[in-house]
Design a protein around this ligand. Sequence first.
Ligand code: TPP
Ligand code: DXP
Ligand code: MG
Length: 620
Amino acid sequence: MSYELLKSLCGPDDLKQLAPERLPELAMQMRQYLIETLAPIGGHLGAGLGVVELSIALHYLLDSPRDKIVWDVGHQAYPHKILTGRLSAMPTIRQYGGLSGFTNRSESEHDPFGAGHASTSISAAYGMAVGRDLNHQEHQVVAVIGDGALTGGMAFEALNHAGARNNKMLVILNDNEMSIAPNVGAMSSYLARIISGRSYTQAKDTARRILEKLPGALDAAKRVEEHVKGMITPGTLFEEMGFRYIGPVDGHDFGHLLPTLQNCMRLNGPTLLHVITRKGLGFSPAEEDPETWHGLGPYDVKSGAPFKSSGKAPAYTRVFADMLADLADQDVRVVAITAAMPGGTGLSRFAVRHPERCFDVGIAEQHAATFAGGLAAAGKRPFVAIYSTFMQRAYDQIIHDICIQNLPVTFCMDRAGIVGADGATHTGMFDIAFMRNLPNMTVMAPKDEAELRRMLVTSLTIDGPVAIRYPRGNGYGVDTTDVSPLVVGEAELLEGGDDGLVIAVGTRVRDALQAVETLRRDDGVAMTLLNLRFIKPLDEAAIRAHLKPGKPLVVVEEGVAAGGVGQEIAVLALQAGWHGPFAHVAMPDAFPVHGTQAELLRDLELDAQGILGRIRQLVA
Ligand SMILES: Cc1ncc(C[n+]2csc(CCOP(=O)(O)OP(=O)(O)O)c2C)c(N)n1
Ligand SMILES: CC(=O)[C@@H](O)[C@H](O)COP(=O)(O)O
Ligand SMILES: [Mg+2]
């Protein structure tokens, strides 16, 4: 396809010159462009395909960047990027030095708010609407939020706030009945009932039948019918919260979308437009399996088959899920919780074996943590599997509901450290710092998949909160048969040597080992290497024992240096009377860019070569 029409548009102003009849052709070209462009590089395809018409309609009618469009999560903003002058850069999306996979204020004036984490759009848009009114300005503010993101508490907090005020704002609820996996929860069922249109009639009939049986109740029945109608007429839940509800409308039909949007924009006060779309529309593999095609690596555009990496060791995620299912086989107390990421955390595998003990709570990390606290208080052993970056959402719950009460909840933090293409918003760089300072918490980091299995077993021996951090990607194919528990707080000695001490944490142990081996072989420098295993409690005795006065001390961790375990080790060493050159090989006080994990680790000098260089500087 030549994409003639698509390529003729340099920005939203060009789009506005098109006759409305040409918009379906543009939508068709955009879909095909997305499907072909992402094939060699992967990315978030399904959500974007679902909002092609919506994105075109918004930019056709709105005047961006004057008018503000806030996309929730931002993973569905690829069509928006294309329409706002980023078409030629699309082949670079999520690549090193390329476009971000999400909206990003520094990337374009058409991205008024950055995102990556879910459920923020209504709050941000409402802030813009209030700011606009305080500034006596006049422009439109639109938040586009998916039905999945609407399961997040923040979205309700924002509706609650905005609905009680009069500031003009449009919330577009993009309802495709999917989060990454099928959407869950009562709100999702409510939206489905609105779409089916059956709820009102059914409930009205039931109320009538019940009330007609009561003597003298016919008048009351009428009044109650009105009430019932008020309660459950489609959209009323939003109306009761102060929003004017409009919809549902077909989000793929310009004939419906354009006039409805136009009308919405004329309305004052908070308005919610309910748009029905299909995730993956226009690419049958993505329509049939929207979960796989939510976000994926490269795929074959002709067959629609994702390219599978072959011959690699199993992913940490999979090792975690299978081990947890094994533990659940043996221990009836074990339950598992995911916040809308059953596939990403591996818990869909756990659910196959223990469906009744696996809970998807929606995009609700805070609730997940406290829900786990309740389960633990009821005698269960909950494992909360949440990506490191999303665990940030649940910090107060971890402190207030788990740690203060010393409840035995295990937080399994997948995607800890550098994640690659998702970039700064998704990097798990803070969990070491924010978990290790919590009283009662035990924090572990496995050096490989075998140790992950042993740490899961170990967590069941600890009568209190535990956090385990492990990275995105594959293990090393090591022997995993030993599942004996570790001694809590004991580090592992991997190399002995008198020329200094290297202490490495979890994901960085392998590369540190490679660096230490190279140093011994090529430089004749023999360093001791400790695999820390326990970030908390620290193996103070081992650290003290292996410190070499006057010789280098190096701590390597894939997390932010400030508050990292390296700082505690440095203090410990000084208190123990050690003096000598020190290096903390960790992440600096800056958000990382996006690229492959290897590229980013290289930039941060956290790969084997980088660690080697840092040690050599000290030795020299
Ligand atoms: C706080 C947080 N938790 C989890 C995620 C992972 N995540 C990204 S998109 C998504 C599903 C969003 O569903 P929806 O808003 O309906 O958008 P759709 O993909 O269906 O268009 C999830 C769970 C996230 N980005 N942020
Ligand atoms: C947009 C979002 O938050 C998720 O789709 C995320 O990109 C998934 O990351 P993984 O690919 O590491 O599961
Ligand atoms: Mg959705």
